[in-house]
Structure formats: C-alpha cells, structure tokens
Design a binder for this molecule. Sequence first.
Ligand code: NYM
Ligand code: MG
Length: 212
Amino acid sequence: HSAESRSRGAFILLEGCDRTGKSTQAAKLVERLQTLGHSTKLWKFPDRTTRIGQMIDGYLAKGEDLNDHAVHLLFSANRWEAVEAMEKHLSAGTTLVVDRYAYSGVAFSAAKGLDLEWCKHPDRGLLRPDLTLFLDMPIEESMKRGGFGEERYEKLTIQTKVRELFLQLREPTWVMVDATQSIESIHKELVHQSEKAITRVRDQPLQHDLWL
Ligand code: NYM
Ligand code: MG
C-alpha cells in the first residue's frame, strides 16, 4: 500500500450558539476544500431526515413536547445512527465538515438543568472530532440576526447559559473564532485551520474515544 491509499479524511466540527453563522460557514468551507482538491462532505446534527431526526424536529420546530432526558437521548441516538456512515466516508479519504455535534448536545440539555456528567454519558465513545472550530460572539449580537427566536431554545437566557456550558466543555485543542468578523475573514481562518488538520491526521487512525 502507498501512503496515499491509506490516507483518511479529517473530522472537522463547527460548534457554537444559534445564529453564529455555522451553517453558512460550513457550506462555504465544504465548497472551498473541494475546490482545493480535498474530497469533502457536509454533515449536520441534528439530522432531521431520519426517523429519530423527525421526532427531534417535531420537538424543536413544531412545539411537540418531550421529556428533557428523553429528547437528550434522541439527539445522542441521532449521532450514533450516523457513526458507521461517517466512518466509511472518513476511511475512504473524505473530509467531513460537521455542523454541530455532542458538545451542542450537552450544552443545550445542561442549560435546561440536566446534570452535566449525565448528559455526556450517552455520547461517550463516539468518534472524536480532529478539529473543533468554535464560532463565538456575544448573544446580544446573534439575537439581532434574522430568524432568531423561531425555534425552541432561541432565547437570551438559554443561549447565555449554553455559551457558558460550551466554554466549560472547551478542550485545549479547540480553535476559538470571533464570529463577529466578516463572513470572508471567518471563512479564510476556517480554511486555513482545516487544511492544517487534513494534513495532520492523514495517516492517523480514527479516534473513537469522545469523553473516554
Ligand atoms: N441541539 C443540537 C441540541 O439541543 N442537542 C443536540 O445534540 C444538537 C446537535 O438543536 N438550537 C439544538 C441546538 C439548536 C437546535 O440545531 C437545532 P440547528 O443547528 O439550528 O439545526
Ligand atoms: Mg438553529
């Protein structure tokens, strides 16, 4: 085998509070990495297209009520049901740009008052991101952005708690990005960090040790 055939894609995660530009940046990042010759795919949690994802969408967007612990487990199950497909892409050399993951899972549930350690448990042993880019901005700024308030959780008090929890979950390897910058400067920074990560992990095994 040549080194080429063994090389895998990178798991690049974008995290942050609501309306910080994650989805806009994720789409632009995928497009740019593809242009630069990296096989790249956009991934998104929650994935509302699966049966579990439809239950989550009912809860978030349609006002359907679910027990806080139960919905937390649904979000986690929605990641576990994707793990084989994600591994397949990564092993085949495709980089995944992932819009939200288990950090969102814990931050939003713990912001409602669930125990932080309990919240982390169901996601233990999931694939660990190779690079986490945290888009950060004051909640007062993100609230001014279009669409804020449309879904459950899009309120000042909850978002403020969520941001504090994200900062508690922050790991030394996270890259903190000032999300108040222009779309283009944020984009440049994300491309730069992503290309470094792609090169760095190319010959490393996938990491299945989130929070272990
Ligand atoms: N969210 C997202 C959770 O509460 N738990 C999770 O595990 C994940 C992945 O869902 N307010 C919350 C964060 C968001 C909401 O996400 C929907 P998005 O990225 O706006 O579709
Ligand atoms: Mg949202």
